[in-house]
Design a protein around this ligand. Sequence first.
Ligand code: HXC
Ligand code: NAP
Length: 268
Amino acid sequence: MTFQPNLLQGQRAFVTGGGTGICRGIALELARHGCDVAITSRSSTHLDPTADEIRAMGRRAVAVTADVRDPQAVEAAVARTADELGGIDILVTGAAGNFLCMAEHLSPNGFGTVVDIDLKGTFHCAKAALPYLKRRGGVMLNISATLHYVGTPAQLHVACAKAGVDALTRVLAVEWGPYGIRVNGIAPGPIADTEGVRRLLDDASTQRAVETTPLRRLGRIRDVTDAAVFLCSDAASFIAGHTLVVDGGLWLTASRDAFAAPPEVADA
Ligand code: HXC
Ligand code: NAP
């Protein structure tokens, strides 16, 4: 099934992490639905080819490097986007970092780095985009996860960061709803052909994830991009403060031992 085309005609989006994986998929799908799209991350190597794909669809694209941990760099990237596209209506925050490490072995900087990227980075983007989103109302969509719904081993840093992202989604939905800004999230389960799955699941754990997912498969990038289009569109015009789980039902059933063991455990 596909949505009718051009659900987001004339909108302008800013997508963090938009050069790779799930958020590249979201950036391209927003463009397919009529959005002009800016994408940002640390490396232009990812960004430039994706921006070219967006332009090939007849949309305007901006590829701008910024580290979401740096509030000034984020502010500059957002301002450049608003300048080149004439405003920002949709903010998608997907920039994230992850690695497997048991808490016992996790350094303060390891914990802090993921919180800085996933949680504080999302806050920096929200603050920078607010003046533009306020102009005619808009959407903020935060890419979360389900790891913190239970006690997922080797994911303390990510679980804490994404739990914070979900809290940010709820609080900003309340504070910014009166501005006409809908703040929501998506919590994907394991999505095939992504860096997240490459880092977290080996072949055996992928097999276990499939077997314990009620819908008996890994997610596809398309599953997440369809949810993103829905939440950015008028079809979701009365949805605020919600994080939509897109995981085939896995979080309801999964043993959190499903992931690959981190090296220090495997070697023990
Ligand atoms: C233990 C680690 C580690 C590892 C890094 N660190 N990798 N600790 N095990 N495997 C520690 C380092 O030792 C260091 O602490 C601190 O983290 C910062 O590391 P740097 O390499 O200096 O950080 P940086 O260059 O900023 O890179 C950030 C990063 C990196 C998160 C570590 O992996 C990255 O850039 N990732 C981006 C891409 C990514 O992760 N994509 C997956 C997203 S998927 P010390 O103490 O030594 O200084 C996702 C959810 C998937 O988020 C869910 C699937 C179901
Ligand atoms: P990915 O391709 O590695 O995406 C992460 C992106 O973030 C990259 O484009 C990376 O680009 C960017 N990034 C990392 N650190 C950054 C920083 N400091 N500043 C700016 N950009 C930064 O991973 P993915 O698997 O598609 O994940 C995308 C999102 O989905 C993440 O939020 C992740 O937590 C979430 N998620 C994924 C899964 C899954 O199965 N894959 C499951 C649940 C949730 P640069 O390296 O160029 O900076």
